[in-house]
Every structure is written in structure tokens, then in C-alpha cells.
Design a protein. Structure first.
Ligand code: NAP
Length: 370
């Protein structure tokens, strides 16, 4: 695909922790070009470089820093494809407004993840769930669509579990150690998290428990519904004083009772079906199995596959459930911006983002293509 084939894209929540990661991640992307930024009234009307409190290692891309931030409402200039990284307190209603105006909203926020007609997708795990889109459009009567990716810890867990589906996953007990960047900016107060592990991440345990079952679930009813997997998941979530990267420690009960070596082989050999579609940011190996008991290089492991691979280690016997392991994923890349971009790449290969488009906000009388 040449740069002429780059689709312009919008970004809601552009100024936040995840929004900044999007701006970096989309810089130089072969298929997408950031063309529209939206955020709250605090930022609207200001150049992005002034409105944002930039907290990334690399500077904001030049072309983006000078763009003027818009209010988070559909307007005539907003492209069809819009990524969403907004605060969950407002994301639900704003994303629905964009879908009603004909936009394709690819979201990070929790608000619609568990709606029965909204795909919750990790392409390597359950790409086929995008089949919910036509059903969503019919049911909601909107020309756009909302597609979501899971919560940052859930993505890491789901990628580690996906290779184990042939063994029959019955029960999962998972403990997370989550980085502070997962709480946005300014996030967790330093006096709370320094020298401490905070045994509470609001809403996270429920999300992991429910989202994992939907992700591993099966499409039923002619593609109109997802039957959640019959897997019981129990999660404990903790905030720790690392900057990036969520570590999950999981014990898993598998029906076929494979040995740790068989589990390790299944994980190391895992290749996703969309991999064959050559998505630009899909890692060669979505799950990497690290050797060695001690791996004191969390930043290197979190950035495996450009931050898109999950690094599994210490696959061993669990005396309670059968097998246990650790898995590390980058929370704002694989767990957020990168996850959405990968979903959009997959949607594009399915021909779901093509066609003429004028926002209903620009011309409510004009019918939408596609
Ligand atoms: P954040 O740093 O607090 O950023 C929130 C963003 O939402 C900002 O751009 C903010 O704009 C915007 N916003 C707030 N109120 C708004 C309003 N009334 N209208 C329009 N925009 C508004 O949060 P974050 O960590 O980036 O997270 C963003 C979303 O991604 C959340 O839903 C979060 O749960 C989800 N998520 C985060 C992670 C992670 O690792 N951080 C991972 C997965 C998913 P202003 O700057 O103008 O206020």
C-alpha cells in the first residue's frame, strides 16, 4: 500500500496518556495519517503542543504539535475513522454521537466493551467477532460503528491464554502488577505508590473477569452474538511503582492436563490468523516465551515486538490448578493505542473502512456510503 493509500484518521482524547501514545504510534504509519484531534473544552481551540502535558520519552511528532485541538463532537472535517482514548466518564455518550454521525469509532474505553452488539477484539485472538458490526448497525440504526479493544491487563492475559484453547481452559486465577501509566495523568499520587504496592485498581478485576470470557467466546446466531467462554476467571489487581508494563501472574486449570513443556511449546508456536494478512503493526510472534527464571529487564520485555508482543516466562507446574506462568505486556501500546491501531488495520483489510464519507454532522441530509 503506498502513502497515497493512507486514510486520514481522527483521535478523541488526544491529549491524555493514551492519546499521546497514539500520536507517536501513528507517526509514519503506512496506512493511517492523523488528521483531526479532539479533547475536552480545556484543550479545544489550542494548538496540540500547548494543550497537551507531554509525558512521553520521545517528543510529539512535529506535524501533530501544531494541529489545533477540536471539541469532542463530530464536525465536517472529522475523518470517518476515529480512535477514542477519552476518559470513561464521557466516552460512552461521545462515541455514540460519532457512530450516529457515521463514524467508525475504534475505542479503548470500557463503556461499550461488554455491549452484546459491540465487538471486543484482539485480532490474534478473536478477529471473527467483527461480524457483530452489521448487527450493531441494524439494531442501533446508525451508519457508523463502535469497535473496542479490551482493558490493558486483559489483553496481556488473553494473548497468553489464546494458545491454550486447544487444551480446554477451565479456570484461571490471575494477579496483576500494573504500572502507573495505566492510571492516566496525573494518575496515582506519588506518596501512595512510592515504596508501596496498592492492592486496588478501580473496576479492573471485574473487567478482566468479564472481558476475558467475551474475548475467548464463540460467535453464534449467524454472527449476531458472542457466547462467552465457559471459563471461570478470578483476578486480583495491584498498582506498583513502575512506569510502563503490566505483569500478570496466572495459574490455569486445563482440561487436557498438559505438562508445562507442552504449554510452553503451544505458546511459543502460537501464530495468529491475521498474521497471514500482514498487518503492518502485528508482531511476528504475538507471544514470546522467555527462558530463564530471572529476567530483570522489564523494559526490554515490555517493548518486545515494538511493544505489541506479550512476553511469557516461568511456565511451570502449579500444585493447585496445574500450570502457572507470568506474562508482561506494554499497557499503553499493546494494552491501548497499539491495540486500537491493530484493530483498525484488521478492519481495513476486511474492506470495512473504505468508501466515500461525509460526516452526518456536515450534511445530515446526505446518505452514508457503506
Ligand atoms: P487521561 O490521561 O486521563 O486522558 C483522558 C483524555 O480524555 C484526555 O485527552 C482528556 O482531554 C479527555 N477528556 C476528558 N474529559 C473530556 C470531555 N468532557 N470531553 C472530551 N474529552 C475529554 O487517560 P488515559 O490513561 O489516556 O486513558 C484514556 C482512556 O483509555 C480511558 O478510558 C482509559 O480507561 C483507557 N485505557 C487506558 C490505558 C492506560 O494504560 N493508560 C489502557 C487501556 C485503556 P483534556 O486533556 O482536554 O482534559
Amino acid at each position: 500500500m503506498s502513502s497515497n493509500d493512507q486514510l486520514p484518521v481522527g483521535l478523541l482524547g488526544a491529549t491524555g496518556m493514551v492519546g499521546q501514545q497514539f500520536a507517536l504510534y501513528l507517526d509514519g504509519h503506512p496506512w493511517f495519517r492523523l488528521a483531526w484531534l479532539g479533547a475536552s473544552g480545556r484543550s479545544a481551540g489550542r494548538p496540540y503542543g500547548d494543550a497537551v502535558r507531554w509525558v512521553q520519552d520521545r517528543p510529539a511528532p512535529e506535524g501533530v504539535a501544531g494541529m489545533v485541538v477540536r471539541p469532542a463532537a463530530p464536525d465536517a472535517d472529522c475523518p470517518r475513522l476515529v480512535f477514542s482514548a477519552m476518559d470513561a466518564s464521557v466516552a460512552g455518550r461521545i462515541e455514540r454521537a460519532f457512530a450516529r454521525a457515521g463514524h467508525f469509532v475504534v475505542s479503548n474505553s470500557r463503556n461499550h466493551r461488554l455491549d452484546p452488539d459491540v465487538p471486543l477484539v484482539v485480532p490474534e485472538v478473536n478477529a471473527e467477532h467483527v461480524e457483530l458490526i452489521p448487527h450493531q448497525r441494524r439494531k442501533r440504526g446508525w451508519p457508523g460503528a463502535i469497535v473496542t479493544n479490551p482493558n490493558c491487563s486483559t489483553i496481556t492475559l488473553a494473548l497468553a491464554l489464546a494458545p491454550l484453547r486447544p487444551f480446554g481452559i477451565r479456570r484461571v486465577l490471575v494477579t496483576t502488577l500494573q504500572a502507573v501509566s495505566g492510571a492516566g495523568y496525573p494518575g496515582v499520587p506519588a506518596v501512595d505508590v512510592l515504596g508501596n504496592a496498592i492492592p486496588f485498581v478501580g473496576g479492573e478485576e471485574d473487567k478482566i473477569q468479564a472481558e476475558t470470557r467475551k474475548l475467548l467466546g464463540t460467535l453464534r446466531g449467524g454472527g449476531g452474538a458472542v457466547e462467552p467462554a465457559a471459563v471461570t476467571v478470578s483476578a486480583h489487581c495491584n498498582r506498583v511503582a513502575t512506569v510502563d508494563g503490566h505483569l500478570v501472574c496466572a495459574s490455569v486449570e486445563l482440561e487436557a492436563r498438559p505438562s508445562p513443556a507442552e504449554v510452553r511449546d503451544a505458546m511459543a508456536g502460537f501464530r495468529a490468523r491475521p498474521q497471514r494478512l500482514a498487518l503492518p503493526t502485528a508482531p511476528q510472534r504475538p507471544v514470546r516465551v522467555a527462558e530463564g527464571e530471572d529476567r530483570p529487564q522489564p523494559r526490554r520485555d515490555a517493548m518486545a515486538g515494538g511493544g505489541m508482543a506479550v512476553t511469557v516466562g516461568r511456565v511451570r507446574e502449579c500444585p493447585v490448578l496445574g500450570v502457572k506462568f507470568t506474562a508482561l505486556g506494554h499497557n499503553t501500546i499493546r494494552g491501548a493505542a497499539g491495540a486500537s491501531v491493530l484493530n483498525a488495520e484488521y478492519l481495513r483489510t476486511q474492506g470495512r473502512l473504505e468508501g466515500d464519507f461525509v460526516s452526518a454532522a456536515a450534511d445530515p441530509g446526505r446518505p452514508h456510503a457503506g
